[in-house]
Design a protein around this ligand. Structure first.
Ligand code: ATP
Ligand code: F6P
Length: 456
């Protein structure tokens, strides 16, 4: 089965060169791009020069003087750090088949950027500069207190002292900083994000891959928000152990639908949510009592099981034994005859992810396979694991995206439901949710409503 993704359409390799003063969200943006592209099966990796600098300079914590461009000793260490990062990056491109690398550093002078540009050209890599420019002092201070005072550079240091030192570090960079310039840099591929994405300047974006990255970063925002996820309530088909179909909820599923408003209210308070459902009856029924605006998305429909739609796993094993085995062997890639694979679902979910990045408080009610794919994006779950994740019925999941990860809270409704989890190598459903040692799984019929937290 040919694997077709945006990464192999043009056989292009891109180096995204971050540009910007400290505390402008460069690492935040870099990590998000890597997570997004990896989710789309595009080999992507971030090379953070700060980490190389820490490795090379040892455990000693630098103060702002270390970043003074007149400090020759320190400058040598910093040059060495970026050289090591670039060397590793080139090795990754050449030996590991890398497609998109992010060079995460301030890259604040044109001299540095010309050096990287030249290296990229010599190695047939497309350089794309991505500058985060920001003069919102309140936001910068918030960024410092959110992520910088807790960085390894300031371990054990009083947050006020760390903040003052970090502001001094910024001023050292300001003294040499040369922003990208529409005239001087007119021949380069670049994107400038001004005050997050209040204004976006785009120059010479030439490849499809670059345009995907630009479109993605344009949609990012940093306002606090939460995303709630739930499977539909238990359906008649779930009880009959059948997959697919468009059945109604079972009596217990209807009970979950009745309880959902209270669960959501408890978790979201008075936040005004928008509910997204699929076009299938069971998600609409689950959402029926929710007092929020609702929107149906065809893209949220369950993975299409093709000729196996409406069968039990036992029937599939009996009628299509080869397919049954092939799916267990590679569940992410296996495409049902006349239906879809997990990879297909990820591709059709891309607009959902893009819209989720743009929006604030959304509750999604959808299906097991679709939820696995969405959850995998936020939690950076690798493809070989994501189709095997346990996402039980009658559980509300709250995701809170943070600077470098996502907090997760699972809230169980305390309404029993069958388990629809099928373990590898068996056609039985139902054992894993109750017995699995997998830390991601939760009992569907817990004795009382309780919360469980995890994070990336
Ligand atoms: P440094 O150069 O010191 O490594 P940095 O530019 O990489 O700093 P981050 O560590 O990414 O900065 O800062 C994370 C913070 O930046 C988060 O709190 C995030 O909300 C915020 N942020 C994300 N995007 C932007 C943006 N475009 N402009 C300003 N702040 C942003
Ligand atoms: O805070 C600035 C920082 O992220 C440092 O941790 C890191 O050493 C430096 O930027 C890397 O950028 P450059 O090599 O451009 O100074």
């Amino acid at each position: 089965m040919p694997v077709y993704t945006v990464s192999n359409v043009q056989n292009i390799r891109v180096c995204v060169v971050m540009v910007g003063l400290p505390a402008r969200g460069k690492s935040f943006i870099s990590q998000k791009i890597v997570r997004y592209l990896s989710w789309l099966s595009i080999q992507a990796k971030c090379f953070n020069v700060g980490n190389y600098r820490r490795q090379h300079a040892g455990a000693e914590q630098p103060n702002a003087d270390f970043f003074d461009f007149g400090n020759k000793e320190a400058y040598k260490i910093r040059q060495h750090a970026v050289t090591m990062a670039v060397e590793d990056m080139m090795r990754w491109f050449n030996e590991k088949g890398g497609v998109v690398a992010i060079l995460d550093a301030t890259n604040s002078t044109s001299e540095r950027r010309e050096w990287i540009l030249k290296l990229c050209r010599e190695n047939a890599i497309e350089p794309m500069f991505l500058e985060s420019w920001c003069d919102d002092q309140d936001l910068i201070l918030r960024n410092i207190s959110e992520v910088k005072t807790t960085s390894p550079d300031y371990q054990g240091i009083d947050p006020d002292v760390a903040t003052k030192d970090f502001l001094e570090r910024i001023s050292k960079y300001e003294s040499v900083y040369e922003p990208l310039d529409e005239e001087v840099d007119k021949d380069k591929t670049f994107v400038r994000l001004i005050n997050v994405a209040q204004q976006v300047i785009i120059n010479r974006i030439e490849t499809y891959l670059e345009s995907r990255i630009v479109f993605y970063v344009m949609n990012l925002h940093i306002r606090p928000r939460s995303i709630w996820l739930s499977r539909h309530g238990e359906s008649i088909y779930n009880v009959e152990k059948k997959i697919g179909g468009d059945s109604h909820l079972s009596p217990r599923g209807l009970q979950y639908a009745s309880k959902l408003p209270e669960l959501v209210k408890r978790s979201a308070g008075d936040v005004d949510l928008t509910v997204w459902t699929s076009t299938l009856v069971r998600t609409g029924e689950t959402a029926q009592h929710l007092p929020y605006k609702q929107l149906q998305w065809k893209a949220l429909d369950e993975l299409d099981a093709g000729v196996c739609d409406g069968m039990t796993y036992e029937e599939i094993e009996e009628i299509y034994p080869e397919d049954f085995k092939a799916r267990d062997d590679n569940k992410y890639e296996y495409r049902y005859r006349g239906g879809e694979s997990y990879r297909d679902v990820v591709i059709r979910l891309e607009p959902i992810i893009m819209e989720l990045e743009r929006q604030e408080n959304i509750l999604i009610i959808t299906h097991q396979a679709v939820l696995r794919c969405i959850y995998a994006y936020f939690m950076n779950v690798p493809q070989e694991e994501s189709p095997w994740m346990s996402i039980p019925l009658h559980t509300l999941i709250k995701l809170e995206p943070r600077a470098y990860g996502t907090n997760v809270t699972r809230i169980k409704a305390n309404i029993p439901a069958v388990s629809t989890y099928k373990e590898k190598g068996t056609s039985q459903v139902g054992e894993s949710d109750l017995n699995s040692g997998n830390s991601r799984s939760v009992l569907t019929s817990a004795p009382e409503l309780n919360e469980q937290q995890e994070s990336t």
